[in-house]
Structures are given as C-alpha cells and as structure tokens.
Ligand binder design. Structure first.
Ligand SMILES: *[C@@H]1O[C@H](CO)[C@@H](O)[C@H](O)[C@H]1NC(C)=O
Ligand SMILES: *[C@@H]1O[C@H](CO)[C@@H](O)[C@H](O)[C@H]1NC(C)=O
Ligand SMILES: *[C@@H]1O[C@H](CO)[C@@H](O)[C@H](O)[C@H]1NC(C)=O
Length: 794
C-alpha cells in the first residue's frame, strides 16, 4: 500500500546514544524521523529494542509517555515495545514554517524512576500547493508609465518547507510586463512586475495576465492568480519612498496625482489584527497584543499608491523585545507517593521538567527546595530536575515529608512558581522491641493460688503496625532442674506473668528466667529481659522444738540438785522455725508449771533457770510446759513439756519417776519396758561409769580430730536471735561429724544425737548431722542444737 511504501521511504535515522552518567537518571535518548500524514497505527519505531529495554521492565515500570501537548499523536504499545501513530499528523499544523519539526517526549519508568528521551522528527511531504490569498489582483496603470515602472505583486504561500516549498513564479503573457524576483533581507522573495513595453490606452484598455507559482516538490504543485490591468490616462510621476524606511515621503506630483495612500500589503496571517497604518499620514499603530513568545519578529509590507495608480512598497521590520511575562512552568513528570525508609542514598523521588517561555535571563530558571533536608534537587540536564534523597531516612523520626519545590527565573522582577509533593515514608522492621526496664523484679507471697498473675512485662517497638506488634515468649530454662514453664507462664499478647503453681518459700526463695519480646516483622526482631521472682515468706510453719525431745515416754528429766543456787540453769528449750524473718523470731514462755515460783524461762533464749533457792519441801518431779511462739502475723506456737527432777540422787529420781509413769497411765507393757530400761540404765550407770568416762575421753579426742575436717561451716542463727547465756557464752561454733556404726539400732539415730554429750563448760554446742548411717542420708545439712547441761560437767 501507499503508506507502507511511505514507511519504507522513511529515512530512519536512529541516533542512539546511551549517556550512562553515574548520577543521571536520563538513561538514554533515541531519535526517529517519520514523514507527516502517516496513517493511524503506523509504526514509528521499536522503542524497547532501540533503548535496550526488556518488555517486562516496561510492564513492571508502568512505562508511560510524557508527551505534554502532543499526547494525542503518539502512543506506546507496552506489549510489543513499539511507538505507534495515534493520530494523523500534519507537519504544517504542528510546526508551521519551523524546521526541523520534531516532537520531544519522554518515556518514564517507575520503581526505580528512569526516563528516556525520545525525539520524533516529522519530515515534510509535498501536500500543499502554492496558494494566492486573493483570487485576482487589480492594477490601474497610467499609459504614461515609463519602462521599468515596478508593480508589487502579491506573493504566493506554500505551507510546505524545504524543497517542497515555493520555488518560482512565472507570468504569462509577457508582452508588456516581465517578472522580477528580488531576494530581500527577510529571506523571502519580493515579486514585482516590471513594465517592459509602455502601454497604450488607445490600443488596449484592459490587460489580463496570469501569475503562476510552483513549488519544488515531486510531483510539482502550482497555484495561479489573475492580474487585471486597467490602463489609465497619463500621469507623470510615481510616488517614491525615501529609501526603504518606515516613513513615506510625499509624492512630488501635485494635485490628485500627488496624493499618496498607504496600505498594508502583508499576507502574513493575523498581521492586520496587530498593526494598522493611517492611509493618509502613513502612521503605523499597534492595535493588537504582541507576544514575544508567539513571534519574535513581524514584517509589515507597506504599499504606497498615488491616484495615478503608481505604487511602491517598503518593508517594516519589528523586533519584539522580551518581557518577563511568563512564570516558570513546573511539570511533575513522575512522582513517588511513598518510599521505604531503608531506601538507598540518592533514590529518585520525583522527576520534573521546568520550562520558562521567556528568553535570555527571563527564561533562566533555578529551582530549589524550601526545606531541603533530607532531599536535594539536581539539574540533571537542561530543564530536567530530579529530587533525590540526600541522607538516610527514618520513618520513626519523620513519616511524611512535604517537599516544596520553588523555581524562579532571573528576570527583573523575578517570577517564580512552586509545587508541593507529599512523600510518605513506609515502615521497615528496623527496630527491635525494647523492654521498659533492663530487668524486672517481682514479689509473690508463698502459698499463692496457681494461675495468679504476678505482674506484667512491657516492651515497646518504634516501628509501625505489624512490625510493632509485640508478642512475649518465655525462654526455656530450668529452675532447680525443673523447666521454668512449670513455674510461670507469660501471656503472649499482654506480657502478663502468671504463677503456674503454688510456691513454698521454704523450698524456693527466688528464681529467674528470660522473657523474649518479638515483633511481627519479617524477619522478626526480638530482645530479652531477665525477670527475677522473689517469693515472700508467710508464717506457715509453727516452731519446731528440737530439745527437749518429746518422746511421749517422758523418761527424760533434767536433774536439779537440791543444793542448786538461784539462777541455776536447768535446761534450755531449743526450737527452730523454718520460716524466716519475723516469722522465725521465737520467744519462749512458761505456760504451766508445778511450781511457778521455782522456774522461769528466758523469753529469748529458752533457758530454764531456777528463780529461788531449792528447798527440801519442793517436790522431786516438776513438770513445766513451755510455749514457743514465733513473731508472725498471726503467730504460731508449739509447746514442750520439760520434766525436772529435784533430787540429789538417782534412786530418788527413779522412784519418783516410776510414779510419774504410773500417773500417766501408760500401758503395762510400756511400764515394764521402762522399768527394765531404767534398770539397765542404772546398771550401766553404776557399773560402767568408769568405762563411760574412758570412752568419753576417747570420743572427745576423736571429735577434736573431726573438728578439723573440711565440713562447710554453716552457722544457723534465727534472725535477731541473741544467743546470750547467763553463765557463759559459746564463742565458737563447732562442727561435729556424728558417726554411728551400721549395726546401731534405728533408735540410735533418733535419740543418739540428742544425748551426745560434750565436754564443754556449761555452754551450748551446735553440731550438724552430716550423715546418719542408719540409712537416712540427709540431703540437707540441718542445724541441731545440742545442749550440754551443767550437771554433766566433768
Ligand atoms: C542545568 O544543566 C545544564 C546541562 O546539564 C546546564 O547547561 C545548565 O546551565 C544548568 N542549569 C542550571 C540552572 O544550573
Ligand atoms: C503536609 O501537608 C499536609 C497538607 O497541607 C499537612 O496535613 C501535613 O501535616 C503536612 N506534613 C508535614 C510533615 O508537614
Ligand atoms: C536472648 O537470650 C538468648 C539466650 O538467653 C540469646 O541467645 C540471645 O542472643 C538473646 N537475644 C538478645 C536479643 O539479647
């Protein structure tokens, strides 16, 4: 077809140069050249191939054309990566006489912003014939007109340019006139008809000539106009312009032949709307609005004509001086709504084109950002600016920027315009949750109900939305060999820590674990905190009496010689309380006594002393009930019965205590055994006294050796317990290892310790039972109080 032939005829000059300037976002430039009048849908060029772009990139980058006011002519087919004609283009309508005629536009890609410049030059085809504005030209010429008289003819217009433009004129017939073409300063041809052979009115009153204008196109096109000449009666002199200046002179003729009328003969469109000339005076006035941006020059062809029909012409050239009457136009070609806060340095945020229609300094534009940080504006190439990041962004510091670009020209006064673009900074998970405190400590009173909430840990995350959604996780660890999860649980959403079990202060006093706070980002970020739980004591344990041992048999009695003085230390009640603090602070009181006037109990130390001289009247057996109370709220107590024998000799005691047991109405068996036991004891007491003494000496020596063993010294003092003794203070704490042979009877374990006797002066010894060979391994080293009564001295 004709169009495809036309396309083949296209001289396609594809100038492709990639100017990969390191910081320039203008990545390339391509130029095409096409003839005008191509049909809709015709191919301009394969832009993807010529720019080296992937078709995928065109799609992902949402490739689009930024064409401004020529948008309707060209379209981009993203599927094929080609530029197509969208609407038939008429070079003459687009560019008039301007050459070359080109469309400049950009292909803009997003993510990241890139743009390519494209120039499509529209070449001329000979689609316009030369054209005369008027259908005919009328001349009235005096017969006396001399040879060489000039008559200005109207010029033809050919809208095409170059070789397709106007080429030449011809006149027919050439009996009287010849054609003269003057090349004048403006560059276009002045067409004049010059009289060659004088006219003779009597011979021919009217003449008709044909003026033909042809262009240089292929095929050649032409236009014609008829010239009608009326021959007038004689008139001698033609008016004459004083040179080709703006002011006309007078006609040297007098009378009507000397009256000159001026007129504008320009065929430039619209000129008559701008200028007028006073027909008689030749004064040229401006009547319309002139605009430097529309036309920098005007040419006025003025014709002077006298009544005799003689004419002359001159040309007035106007140079328009530019005024700063156009503000810079900011055209935002591509903007980004939002960029992530971890965007790299120098990320392009917007691309714009700034244009000022004025010339010279009035059109020199400088752009700047009113509040630059953290962006800069860069003049990347003539008229194109890019706004980039200049430093690192942080959504947590500023989540939104209003970037105001102001462009002003250098005219006086300067004109400026500005645009504001809003840029959102989107969140990236770059902040880990932070606990409000570096470590936590919480208290819980023992014997709590399981599931009780202890307290709350809280972590904050500076990020946004999902990236700031914190969940709490209990880190795996163990407490006393048990997973911490069996002690506490952490609520993932709220960070509330719950007790899973009931705590016992006597078993565990404190423990710690780790809680992790993790956000919902991808990948998530987390941080740890140590939580220490301190269990608080409750007074949940009554005091335990260690001595005197309550066997039920009550065979144990303290002996008080009748010769004992006031203040004689009978025995010492020793009790412990496994609670702590106030809850373990014990006090001793005498609750019941056979003779209240004889004994007293030390409130703090539990020492039972005589408070008066023992007399013969005092009963042998004395029974004291001591109550041991702790200081808790409410307080708990224990009672202990202390049997005291006021006697000088063992048989006396024995007889009394036999009754004692009768009194107590123990069963016959028990009585029998007790009597037997007492008999054995008395037997041992009497017969083996010497043996015992020697054994004691032996043991004492052995214990002195054991004293040097490497046992850890763990003295046990109930808090605020003052260990003061009336008759002496135990200055040292001794450790003894109590060892029994494996064949010892079980009861030895129970009682043996209590009857350990130490050869110390009347003071209290402490021993730690480390191992009992009866098969009971005591895991913990428990403190025992061992009391050596005064009577054992020696
Ligand atoms: C902008 O850049 C172009 C070329 O890169 C240069 O010719 C022009 O002078 C620059 N304009 C300003 C205002 O810096
Ligand atoms: C940006 O401008 C908008 C509209 O004027 C305003 O609501 C917003 O607060 C501004 N943001 C900043 C960060 O100044
Ligand atoms: C949290 O604690 C675990 C183990 O206790 C450790 O491996 C990890 O590095 C800690 N994480 C942070 C963020 O401190």
């Amino acid at each position: 077809s004709k169009t495809s032939l036309a396309i083949r005829r296209i001289i396609r000059q594809v100038l492709l140069f990639f100017s990969m300037l390191s910081l320039s976002f203008v990545l390339g430039q391509v130029s095409y050249s096409i003839p005008e009048e191509m049909a809709k849908g015709s191919l301009i060029g394969n832009i993807a191939q010529d720019l080296g772009l992937d078709l995928k990139r065109l799609k992902t980058g949402k490739a689009r054309l930024h064409v401004g006011n020529s948008a309707k002519y060209i379209e981009l087919n993203k599927e094929k990566g080609v530029l197509l004609i969208k609407e038939r283009m008429d070079r003459e309508a687009l560019c008039r006489q301007t050459t070359p005629c080109a469309l400049h536009f950009q292909i803009i890609l997003e993510n990241p912003i890139e743009f390519y410049r494209v120039t499509v030059e529209i070449t001329d085809i000979n689609d316009n014939a030369p054209l005369f504005k008027m259908n005919n030209m009328l001349f009235e010429i005096s017969e006396s007109a001399v040879r060489g008289a000039k008559f200005v003819l109207e010029k033809a217009i050919d809208y095409d340019v170059g070789i397709n433009g106007l080429k030449s004129y011809s006149l027919n017939p050439t009996d009287n006139f010849v054609l003269k073409l003057n090349n004048n300063a403006g560059g276009d041809k002045e067409v004049e008809m010059v009289l060659e052979k004088p006219l003779d009115r009597e011979k021919q009153e009217k003449l008709t000539l044909t003026l033909t204008a042809v262009d240089g196109g292929e095929p050649q096109l032409s236009g014609t106009v008829q010239i009608h000449v009326t021959v007038l009666d004689a008139n001698d002199n033609a008016p004459l312009f004083t040179q080709s200046t703006y002011e006309a002179t007078t006609d040297i003729d007098h009378g009507t032949n000397g009256v000159v009328t001026y007129s504008i003969s320009s065929n430039t469109e619209g000129i008559l709307d701008l200028f007028e000339i006073h027909g008689a005076s030749g004064e040229v006035r401006l009547i319309g609005k002139i605009d430097y941006e529309t036309s920098k020059h005007y040419q006025l062809d003025v014709k002077a004509r006298d009544q005799g029909g003689l004419t002359d012409s001159c040309k007035i050239l106007f140079d328009i001086i530019d005024m700063n009457d156009n503000i810079p136009i900011i055209d935002l070609m591509s903007t980004t709504q939002s960029i992530p806060e971890d965007s790299t340095f120098q990320t392009v945020v917007a691309v714009m084109n700034v244009h000022d229609a004025d010339s010279d300094n009035n059109g020199v534009v400088k752009c700047f950002l009113s509040d630059s940080e953290p962006f800069i504006i860069e003049n990347t190439s003539n008229g194109f600016y890019s706004i980039r990041t200049n430093s690192d962004l942080d959504r947590e510091r500023a989540s939104e920027y209003n970037i105001t670009v102001t462009c002003s020209d250098e005219g006086v006064p300067s004109l400026s315009s500005s645009v504001t673009l809003t840029l959102q900074i989107s969140d990236v998970n770059d902040n880990a949750p932070v606990f409000e405190r570096s470590s936590y400590e919480a208290y819980i009173v023992e014997n709590n109900t399981p599931g009780l909430s202890i307290f709350t840990v809280k972590a904050r995350d500076a990020d946004w939305n999902q990236n700031a959604r914190v969940s709490y996780i209990l880190e795996d660890s163990s407490v006393n060999g048990v997973p911490v999860s069996s002690y506490v649980s952490v609520s993932a959403d709220s960070g509330v820590i719950h007790a899973v079990r009931s705590f016992d202060y006597e078993q565990i006093k404190d423990f710690h674990f780790c809680v992790k706070a993790q956000d919902g980002g991808s990948p998530p970020l987390s941080s740890n905190v140590t939580v220490k739980i301190l269990i608080q004591d409750q007074n949940d344990n009554p005091p335990q009496v260690l001595f005197p041992v309550q066997t039920g048999g009550s065979l144990v009695a303290e002996m008080v010689p009748r010769s004992a003085d006031v203040g004689y230390l009978v025995t010492k009640v020793v009790a412990v309380d496994v609670d702590s603090g106030q809850n373990a602070w014990l006090s001793y009181k005498l609750q019941k006594a056979t003779d209240r006037a004889l004994f007293e109990v030390g409130l703090q130390n539990g020492e039972i002393r005589t408070i008066r001289q023992v007399t013969d009247k005092d009963a042998v057996k004395q029974r004291l009930t001591v109550i041991v109370e702790d200081n808790g709220q409410p307080s708990r107590s224990a009672t202990v019965i202390v049997n005291v024998a006021v006697a000088d000799s063992f048989p006396e005691v024995l007889s009394e205590f036999t009754d004692f047991t009768h009194d107590k109405e123990y069963n016959d068996n028990l009585t029998f055994y007790l009597v037997l036991a007492l008999a054995v004891v008395s037997f041992l007491f009497i017969t083996c006294l010497v043996v015992i003494i020697s054994v004691k000496i032996y043991r004492w020596r052995q214990s002195r050796i054991l004293y040097h063993s490497n046992l850890p010294v763990i003295p046990y003092y109930p808090p605020r317990y003052s260990d003061t003794l009336g008759t002496g203070t135990l200055q040292h704490v001794y450790n003894y290892e109590v060892c029994r042979t494996t064949d010892s009877r079980k009861s030895d374990c129970k009682f043996g310790l209590m009857f350990l006797q130490f050869h110390f002066l009347n003071s209290m010894g402490r021993c730690w039972l480390r191992r009992c060979s009866c098969g009971h391994d005591l895991k913990q080293i428990l403190p025992y109080h061992v009391v050596i009564s005064e009577k054992e001295k020696g």
